[in-house]
Ligand binder design. Sequence first.
Ligand code: SAH
Length: 214
Amino acid sequence: MDYKVLRERMIKEQLVARAIKNKEVLNAFYKVERHKFIPEEFRGSAYADYPVPIGEGQTISQPFMVALMTECLLPSPQDRILEIGTGSGYQAAILAELVKEVYSIERFAELARTAEDTLRQLGYKNIKIRVGDGTLGWLEEAPFDKIIVTAASPEIPKPLLERLKEFGRLVIPLGDSFSQVLTVVEKQKDKLIKTEVCGCVFVPLVGKYGWRQN
Ligand code: SAH
């Protein structure tokens, strides 16, 4: 299978056709080899228009959703970004092409280890991964310019908001466990400006400030 051809087709038919316009974001999608983040048995679906299993009952998000969330963050070269939900490491790699540093937290040690291996093999030096409950944030590295939560939450985890820089942006799917609304939150002095982007479906954010286990 020619993955490069599949990747170019994915960008044209799934991203550009759905109004992903940011040139740098599209470039990152050309560069990052999505199939390398997907378990061998599902690699045939690496460039398909839907989420794909990555183990532990989790999924790598649909390419369009990764692109949309990335665009919503307005990534800029000096940014330090926190991601909650490393999963396969694909979203972290896309961001690492666009910003200075990416910090990513994953609940499942096995997923974090596999993502780390993949990212090391691909040569990324500006991504740090840690195992734990991401809803608590990453105190030692805070504050962040932007935060991206790639799992569904009933509300915005407080510790994340507290560690977001003034004028920072946070992108998060908010809702119940069946469906959510992708929401952009901008922090401005004493207020939060929330913008609803579109409906979406993510696996649950499980943690102290997300869903409780079970
Ligand atoms: N961004 C990923 C896809 C994420 S799927 C990618 O590019 O592949 C959502 C991930 O969030 C899952 O791997 C899940 O285990 C993780 N997750 C759920 N709750 C979490 C929490 N509280 N802290 C850290 N990771 C969490």
